[in-house]
Design a protein around this ligand. Structure first.
Ligand SMILES: Nc1ncnc2c1ncn2[C@@H]1O[C@H](COP(=O)(O)OP(=O)(O)OP(=O)(O)O)[C@@H](O)[C@H]1O
Ligand SMILES: [Mg+2]
Length: 326
């Protein structure tokens, strides 16, 4: 709806983990390099953690793209599956023909596949996203998959991706064996203020914008302050800003529009047509960023926003439509 108005060819702040929009912050770059290294060096278990919405799933999509034709990848993103479901899903994703119903038949089929790949000089990776939700017994059974090995190398690399609770989960005594097998750990942090600024501009550029300064500097300061540098939150607030800006026919997103979007997201209040002083406009934004207390609050808000994003946008679109109708 706002695409033409802002000269965009597509929506810049979609909530999907689309690797086309990947902005390589130094942290994301390092994490991706570590993942690639871990897989290529056959480190066995690799663990990637990061707060909600920091870009873990986006990064493993990018990993999948970067692993060249020499690596088969199974990507299991449904962490509510029991072990048998994970196994079946992985076999299907790897293109292993239906192996039979029993777990033994499926494990034999996986073993044969891995051995064939190894003979052809190829590698195989299993990525388990949202692994913080896997219970201890499922994780222990996943651990047994890492026993597919030759005397010299692991046949299956397993990447566990999850929120910080995953690290805690791996500390429990029942998972000691798995913990000992983790060959590489990587972590993604929220973006710094400067990175968040570049992140916004990068997404605008990829979405076809010719005006990378579409968000004014004070607007970006407020977005950074609100989001705590969490990319998903930045996307949510920026998308709302474009909707509000469009409704107000503003060519540039200023701090006041961000204030409206934040207020809407936090309190569900309707957009106001009349300019008003933003509550948040007082005080230097950078100082508040450094204080950093918002980071905790926004991490919590990220969960809430992720859950209610769809309904929020729907509600907002109705509001905007109402505003634009004569
Ligand atoms: N480095 C990045 N470049 C571009 N977009 C990013 C980046 N990191 C995150 N995003 C965007 O932020 C949003 C959330 O990212 P993603 O789903 O990958 O986070 P996550 O860490 O997997 O979250 P969760 O903990 O909820 O699974 C997505 O819209 C994604 O495109
Ligand atoms: Mg994810």
């Amino acid at each position: 709806m706002y695409l033409n108005f802002y000269g965009l060819t597509e929506k810049p702040f979609n909530p999907t983990p689309d690797p086309r929009f990947l902005y390589m912050s130094p942290g994301h770059r390092e994490a991706l390099a570590q993942l690639l290294y871990g897989v290529q060096e056959r480190k066995g278990f690799i663990v990637l953690t990061g707060q909600v919405g920091t870009g873990k799933t986006t990064l493993v999509h990018a990993l999948r793209q970067r692993l060249n034709g020499q690596t088969a990848v199974a990507f299991v993103f449904n962490s509510t599956l029991p072990f048998d479901g994970i196994l079946e899903y992985a076999l299907q994703d790897l293109g292993v023909p239906k192996a039979g119903e029993s777990r033994a038949q499926q494990l034999i089929a996986l073993n044969n596949f891995l051995v064939e790949r190894e003979r052809a000089g190829q590698n195989t990776v299993l990525i388990l996203d949202e692994a913080q939700n896997l219970d201890a017994s499922t994780l222990e059974q996943v651990r047994l998959l890492s026993n597919f090995e030759t005397p010299t190398s692991k046949l299956l690399q397993i990447v566990l991706v999850g929120q910080p609770e995953l690290k805690a989960r791996l500390q429990i005594p029942e998972l000691q064996q798995l913990r000992q097998r983790v060959g590489l750990r990587s972590q993604i942090a929220p973006l710094t203020a400067a990175e968040a600024r570049t992140y916004i501009r990068t997404r605008l550029r990829i979405a076809g914008s010719r005006d990378l300064g579409l968000f004014s500097d004070p607007a970006v300061d407020r977005i950074v302050e609100y989001s705590g540098g969490i990319p998903r939150l930045i996307n949510v607030v920026c998308d709302h800003c474009l909707l509000f800006g469009y409704a107000d026919q503003k060519r540039r997103i200023d701090r006041q529009i961000v204030g409206q979007a934040v207020e809407y997201l936090e309190e569900g209040t309707q957009p106001r047509r009349r300019p008003r002083r933003s509550r948040a406009a007082s005080g230097p934004a950078r100082a508040r960023w450094i204080v950093g207390t918002l980071a905790v609050a926004t991490a919590t808000a990220a969960v809430a926003l992720a859950l209610r994003f769809d309904t929020t946008v729907l509600g907002l679109m109705q509001s905007v439509r109402g505003l634009l109708s004569p």
